[in-house]
Design a protein around this ligand. Sequence first.
Ligand code: ANZ
Ligand code: ZN
Length: 803
Amino acid sequence: AAAYNHSAIEKKWRENWAKNPINVNDGKKPKYYCLDMFPYPSGSGLHVGHWRGYVISDVWSRYQILKGHYVIHPMGWDAFGLPAENYAIKMGVHPAKSTAENVSNIKRQINEISAVYDWDMEVNTTDPEFYKWTQWIFVQMFKKGLAYEKEFPINWCPSCKTGLANEEVVNGCCERCGTAVTKKNLRQWMLKITAYADRLLKDLDKLDWPEKVKKMQSDWIGKSYGAEVNFKVDGRDESITVYTTRPDTLHGATFMVLAPEHELAAALATEENKEAVEAYIYDSSMKSNVDRLQDKEKTGVFTGSYAINPLNGAKVPIWLSDYVLADYGTGAIMCVPAHDDRDFEFAKKFHIPIIQVIAKDGKEIENLTEAYTDANGIMINSGEWNGMESSVLKKEAPAMIEKRGLGKKTENFKLRDWVFSRQRYWGEPIPIIHCPHCGNVPVPEDQLPLKLPEVESYQPTGTGESPLAGIDEWVNTTCPQCGAPAKRETNTMPQWAGSSWYFLRYVDSHNDKELVSREKAEKYLPVDMYIGGVEHAVLHLLYSRFYTKFLNDIGVLDFDEPFVKLFNQGMITGKNGIKMSKSKGNVVSPDDLVRDYGCDSLRMYELFVGPPELDAEWDDRGIEGVSRFLNRFWNLVTESCGKDVKATKEMIRLRNKLIFDIDQRFNQFNLNTVISGFMEYNNKLIELAKKNGGIDKETLKTFVILLAPFAPHIGEELWRQLGEGDSVFHAQWPECDKEAMKDDEIEVAVQVNGKTRAVVTLPADVSKEDAIQAGKELISDKLTGTIVKEIYVPGRIVNIVCK
Ligand code: ANZ
Ligand code: ZN
C-alpha cells in the first residue's frame, strides 16, 4: 500500500469538499450554531496560538455535523477600532486599505486550518452594509432614551487620544496600548447599560458558562444592598445622604467623607478652611478614578462643618477625600473607622476618634490596630442595639432605618453607563444631527448607512474632537426634521459596537431590509457554543448580552441571551510561558509545520499540547509524535484494507471501548485526552492486527469516523479506501454497545488471610459461589486449620480466612 502522503491527500480533499460541501442545510436537520470570536485583522497574521481556538471550534463543529446537525459555523472580521487604526497610522497607509489587505491575508491563513466555515455568511464590521445595522441599533436605542449625551470627566488615553469605557481601563492603563489613563471633561454619547443591570445579573443563572466568567460579570455589575441615610448638617438647612451597606454600624460613624465633586463640597467649607478645600477639589479633578482607588496613602481635607448622626445625635466632622467616588452611591459616606479599612487608615492619619460597635463575643478591643471587618459579632456601644448579633442586624437595619424616617432601604450597582463615543476616525459615524432648533435628531433610517467619509488626515487630533470634525462638507448638513442648517455628530462608535451583535447577522448576512429576519433568527439563533479567549469576560461578552436583551425588547429577537454555552480556550505561549508576539520574537508560524507534517498533524498537535482551557507552552518537536501516530494508523488501515479480516471478540470489545472513551472525553471537552486515547487504541489495534493478520473493517471504520473531526483529510481518505462512496462526515457518529464493551474474562486474586497466593482467570459474569469455589481449588494445598470466612470482592479478590 502507498505511504501516507499528507500534502497529496490534503490538497485532494480540500478541492473535493469545495465542490461537494459536507455541511448542508436540508431544512430538516436540527441546527447547531458554533461560533468563534471573530478576529481583528491585524497586520502580523496568524501564529500557532491563533490556530488553537479555531481548531477547537472546528472539531466541535464537525462533531456536531456527525451527530446529525446542520452546523452554522461562520467567520468574519472585527475590523473597526483602535488596533486597525493604530496599525494603519504606524504603516502610513489608509486604514481601509490596510484592513482589506490584512483581511485577505488572514483569510488565506485561516483556510489552511481546513475548518468548515461557511464563507457565504462572512461579515466585516467596516462594510457599510453591515454597519448600517450597527447604526440602526444606535438609532433605536436613541429613540428609547438609552443613548444619550452627557458631559463629564471620562477616562482618556493620551496616547490613543481618545476616551475609553471603564471596561477598557485595566489597572489604570489603556487596554490597547498600556499608557496610563487620565481624565478629560468631554461631551459624550452614553449607552444606558445600567437600565439592564438587574437582568444582566439575574440571567447569568441561565447560562452554561465557566463559573469564573460568570463571577467576573457579576462582580463587574456589582450589586450591593444597603441603605441611604440622611445626616443633617449642623446649624444649616442642608442634609447629606450617604449610601452604606453597613447601616448596622451607624453608632460607630465618627466622621463623614464627601467626594471632592459632591455638590456641597465647596459650600460646606467654613471661612478658615475655604482655601484648603478649594485647592483639594482642584487637585482631585486632575486624577483618574483608578488613581484614586489605588492603595496609596489617604489624602483629605476638613471642611470645618459638622453633621449630626441621626441615631445618637453625635456631632461628626465632615471631610472631603478622593477615596470616595462621586459617581457611586450618593458620592458621600458615613465613616466607621473601627470596621472599615479605608476609614480606619483615614481616622488614624487625621486623628479622628474610633468607636468599636461590633465585638467578638461582645468584648471590646482596647486599642484597635486595624479595622475589625468581620460582620459577625455582638453589637456594643450602640444604644438599644447593644447585644444584638451584628449579622442579623446588618440584614434588618435598612428596613429599621426606613421605618424610623432616617433614610431608605436601597440597592446599588457598580456598573456604569457605557461611554460610547470615540474621538477617532476608524469607526462607525454616530448617526445623529445636532439641530439648533430640534436638538439631537437621528439620521432617518432610510438614509442609513451614514458612510464614513474619505479623509486625508485620519490621525487623531488630540483636541477631543475626531478627525471628522475637520471635514466641513460632511459636518454641515440640514436638519431632517425642520430643514434648518445643522451639524453632524463627529464622534465615532467604539470597537465594541459591531462585535456586540455581529453573531446575529451571520445567519442573514445579505438581508438589506432587516438586521436579521425574524424567521431566520427563530430558526438559527441563538449561538449554541461560543469559543474564544477569556479576556473578553466583561467587555464584549457583557455588551453582547446587553444588545441582545435590547433587541429582544424591541421585538427583533425572541430570545434574550446570545450565547447558550461558552468555552474559553487557554493561550499558547512561547518558552517559559511568555506570550507569543512579534516584539518578543517568539512567534511560531503554522506555515512550515503544515508543509512538513500536514494540516491534520498540526490540528491534532494543537489539541495534544494540553487541556484546552489551560495555557500551554509550545514546543515544535512534539508534533513528531502526532505525525508518527497518523502514519502508523494509516499503515494499519491500508494494510488491513484488502484482507477482509473477521472481527474477533477482542476487536469488537476494543471498538466499543474506543467509542465510549472518545465520545465521553469529547463531550467533556477533554480534547487532549481524546488525542492520547487515539494513540493508545491505535497501539492496541496494532498488537491485535499482528495476532490476527489485520483488523476487521467495522472497527477500522469506527476509528476513522471518530478521528475525522480532528484529522479530516486523512479521515476522509481512509474512509474511501475502506470502500465508502460518500463523505465520512455523512456517516453516523457511532454508538457504543455497553454489553459488548465488557471484558468477558477477568483476573481475580486469590488470598489466604489477606495474602495473595494465586491468580485465577474467570468469566466476567461469574457468581460469588463459583468464584470462591474456583479460588479454593487453586490454593487447596495452602489452606491450614479451619475456614472461618469466605469473601468475594466482585471482579477482584477471593479471600479465604482460616484459623
Ligand atoms: C459605612 C460602612 C461601614 C461601610 C463599614 C463599609 C463598612 P459596596 O457597595 O459593596 O462597594 N461607599 C459608599 N459609597 C461610596 C463611594 N461613592 N465611594 C467610596 N466608597 C463608598 O460598598 C459600599 C460601602 O462602600 C458603603 O458602606 C460605604 O462604606 C462605601 F464597616 O458605609 B460603608
Ligand atoms: Zn431641526
